[in-house]
Design a protein around this ligand. Sequence first.
Ligand code: NAI
Length: 689
Amino acid sequence: MAAVSMQISDGVAVITVDNPPVNAISQAVRQGLMDAIAAANADERARRILLICAGRTFMAGADVSEFGKPPLKPDLPDVVAAIEGSEKPVVAAIHGQALGGGLEIALGCHYRIALQGSRLGLPEVNLGLVPGAGGTQRLPRLIGAEKALEMITSGKPVNADKAAALGLVDQVMAGELQAEALVYTQTVAATVPAERRLSSRPVKTVSGSLFDDWRKVKAKRQRGVQSVQACIDAVEAACTLSFEAGRQKEREMFLALRGSAQSVALQHIFFAERQAGKVAGLNGAELMPVQSVAVIGAGTMGTGIAMAFAQKGFDVTLLELSAEALARGMERICSLNAKSVQRGRMSADQSEAMQARIRTTTDYADLADVDMVVEAVFEDLGVKTKVFAQLQAVCKPDVILASNTSYLDMNKLAATMERPENVVGMHFFSPANIMKLVEVVKTDYCNPVVLKTVLGLLKTLGKVGVVSGVCHGFIGNRMYQSYQREAGLLLLEGATPAQVDRALYQFGMAMGPFAVADMSGIDISYMMRKALTPEQYDTRAFTVHDRLVESDRKGQKTGAGFYRYEGGEGAGVNDPEVLALIESVADELGFERREISDAEIIERCMLGLVNEGAHIVEEGIAGSASDIDVVYVNGYGFPRHLGGPMHYAKAMGIDNAAAKIASYAEVLGDRWWSQSDTLNQAAVQGHWD
Ligand code: NAI
């Protein structure tokens, strides 16, 4: 079947794009559209043209298999221009998704109608690009500069109703699209009114400071992301230049960004996230039904996890030791919801409905029918084992039992159960109702269908699941310890907390490691380290942390940690006492202090992550280096536009990274800088996987 076909029906040339699964705009589709528009204009039986797509969606974007290859003619801008230039009026009938090039094609059409529930957007910014086929020039002419800026710089699609309110679509349809679209098309004027060709429309004048204001806001919110600023430039061009000059500028920016390091990194992480949720060899395996969920423990994590499920319509039973603990938990949920309502993130009705889906109990017997349990009680194997035994006594035999443990040995926990194959780790990040990452910990006993079910469920929750093997701290926290270790050693060697934090913030991390430690409480990792032997970590790097905790400087919650917090939360200020403590610990441990450059801070902390990451891949704890990148971008504030730590090494040249790691091994010793075969092989190959 041709990717694009044309049929005449009641005076309408119906052009159908059929390129499964998502009608990606491949070369065959582009050429097919060119030919079909020409044929429809030449065919006397048709006075009007309807563009529609077969299958589950309108055109949902570019053909990813053409990425990174020499461009094939015809270019998309020429296709859009041909559609817009059609003598006979063209109506786009949208269902499913009209994204990226798909929406740009629709903007080339003279009329747009959309089926209820469809989504329209220009997500190119998320791949480090600007829309490259006139989207930044036509959209402001249709919906105004400010709304266009909103859609283009966020990359977020709007639904059909919102699109109608914006003027992006002319009508929303509710029934059978093709039939309704045919009727609609027959009603449009046979001659295209001038203003229906968006390129010839003037743009409404905008206030002088609009673009600079947007640049400033976005420079803060999407720090360092080139494509966001380029999108603003492109929309500004639409408002200040002729259509042709603006379109040329857009194309130049698109081509320049396409090969940029940031775009390569953003594409890497885009594909890595899609890959992460897949379980090899399980195609066609039936998933286990999960409708009702229980959460054990209504503390920080349990409440967040309950919210994550309830938000997506699951019935949740929250179990605690006492009615008081449950009341505290529900209070927390209500107050978090109230804040979300206040900020406009959810309506009061949604908040109420969500809370109504969470029921509370102190009685395990109430969990007899649930399909899945997520345990989030104290981080103590004894306590968790007891909870699991109680669950086993009351739950259905095939219930999925998950633990939110951060560090404990999931194999040991699973081994205490009659059905260890149904036990899995589900390591959510705090706040669990917001953070996207969940490490799914696969024990030695794990049933792959359970794993696949959990990963599928996470997708439903809007989370990104990454499979991790069993080890202390799993993928993320195990690597984070290497990062903190280098940061801690750099303090002793001559840096200050503020310098380390500033250097890593400027690199792009959401926060520096000492600001993070103060925020989450230095005592949390202190307690975790108490369970380790001195052979398992570099005690020197954490001596300052330990001394701070022992003098009741646990971070923000005690008003002081690495920084001092005057007047509650917010940015901390430097504290001479901490600097004196660092110097005295350095002296005690025999460090000679020297000047440390920001470049060294970034390189050591990043390569600390990379080297541990390579060991983690070698041991099979992570399925691939790209899984590690997904963990770091979604759970640890690693800048998405740098693609994650393993991609960072690839971008600098893995051979180069390996050589630097080898030189650190010489200077700093190979206790932490020993090189894995995975690293050495990747250095030769030039890539990880
Ligand atoms: P928390 O101390 O805030 O909450 C634990 C709750 O469990 C308390 O409300 C307690 O009353 C309840 N509980 C204790 N024993 C129980 C039992 N036998 N039956 C029912 N409820 C019981 O602790 P948090 O921070 O929520 O941590 C929970 C788990 O999540 C731990 O395993 C922790 O390592 C893990 N985790 C914590 C993260 C964090 O940032 N706080 C991040 C990721 C995982």
